[in-house]
Design a protein around this ligand. Structure first.
Ligand code: SF4
Length: 339
């Protein structure tokens, strides 16, 4: 499958009064044309910073990409100047956020806002832009688009506003849509409608979607592939079935056990003990060591490398690495000290 985006060994740091925060530490993944890749993990794991890096939205001078490549359309976005990134943002790669009000100007009509990008980037006339604007409002399920076109954001419900933001993000026909917690602020029924809309739009337009979320329920409904992040690194990647039914990384298993499911009793929920490591001074070795029931001597000393499980399923954990004796007991593995 064609890769529309490739990220190699991305590192992002933020300078603060307390020192440098190593928010993203060697993240690599690809996005295929027409797929939905969900990036999941606890708050602060680096998933939003990764997506902001793709958009060139890391706030300089305090934040910066210190290493790595973000390859799109034969160019490395990590090295582009702001003026060049501006030509890509909203046109080739679009982004939507949790709160649609932050993306909408309360003093400008929906029609003007939705067509602004078209007139600016695609140089469409006002009437052509309006025709396309109405078409996209209809596509995202806004009834009576002719009337709604002239209205202001406050005249729409939260779910409607998110639909409008999705239309705005897609109207220039981008290759990639990055959706950062797009349904978190919505109630469950509206959330289901928005997720349905993502599926429908993807089928219609072929857009590739990166979905950033902490909500595994959302992931289960729309993701083709999943990348699980922990402490600024990728812990595990795989297809939906790999992650939900055959997870290998202890952190992924912990995440799955800590979310409510219909087939599980309330008492079966098991929170992951402890807290993520301090990214001012990230630990050596596997960052999950302090919380992991399976930790071995090697875990605290060396970072696990990516191990291929099968097909698109990869895990960064010593338990799956041949060199640490795949399949041997934890006690046996704990004696491995030579690499
Ligand atoms: Fe646990 Fe070690 Fe695997 Fe990290 S590498 S998740 S500490 S077993």
């Amino acid at each position: 499958m064609e890769k529309v985006l490739q990220i190699h060994d991305l590192h992002v740091q933020f300078s603060t009064y307390g020192g440098a925060v190593h928010a993203v530490r060697g993240v690599s993944f690809s996005l295929h044309r027409g797929e939905t890749l969900a990036i999941v993990g606890e708050s602060g794991c680096g998933k939003s910073v990764t997506s902001q890096s793709i958009m060139g939205l890391i706030p300089a001078p305090h934040g910066r990409i210190t290493k790595g490549q973000i390859l799109y359309g034969g160019r490395d976005l990590a090295k582009l100047k702001e003026a060049d990134l501006r030509k890509i943002r909203g046109v080739d790669i679009s982004m939507i956020f949790q709160d649609p009000m932050t993306a909408l100007n309360p003093t400008i009509t929906i029609g003007e806002q939705i067509t602004e990008g078209l007139m600016q980037h695609q140089r469409l006339s006002k009437s052509s832009a309006k025709a396309k604007g109405l078409e996209y409002l209809k596509m995202v399920g806004i009834a009576n688009p002719d009337i709604r076109y002239k209205q202001y954001p406050h005249q729409f419900s939260g779910g409607m506003r998110q639909r409008i933001v999705i239309a705005m993000a897609l109207i220039c026909e981008p290759d990639i849509l990055i959706a950062d917690e797009p349904t978190t602020a919505l109630d469950v029924t509206i959330q289901a409608q928005i997720l349905d809309l993502f599926r429908k739009i993807q089928k219609q337009t072929g857009v590739s979607i990166i979905l950033i979320t902490h909500d595994l329920g959302v992931v289960a409904q729309v993701a083709d592939r999943i990348a699980v992040m922990y402490a600024g690194k990728i812990a595990e990647t795989g297809g939906r079935r790999d992650i939900f039914y055959q997870a290998r990384h202890p952190y992924t298993k912990g995440l799955l056990q800590s979310v409510p499911r219909l087939d599980r009793e309330e008492g079966d929920l098991v929170p992951i003990p402890g807290t993520p490591p301090d990214l001012f001074a990230p630990p050596k070795g596997c960052p999950f060591t302090a919380r992991c029931d399976h930790a071995m001597e090697v875990c605290a000393r060396l970072d696990p490398e990516k191990t291929h499980i099968q097909d698109a399923h990869f895990v960064n954990c010593w338990l799956e690495d041949e060199r640490a004796g795949r399949g041997s007991s934890t006690a046996e593995k704990s004696t491995i000290t030579n690499f």
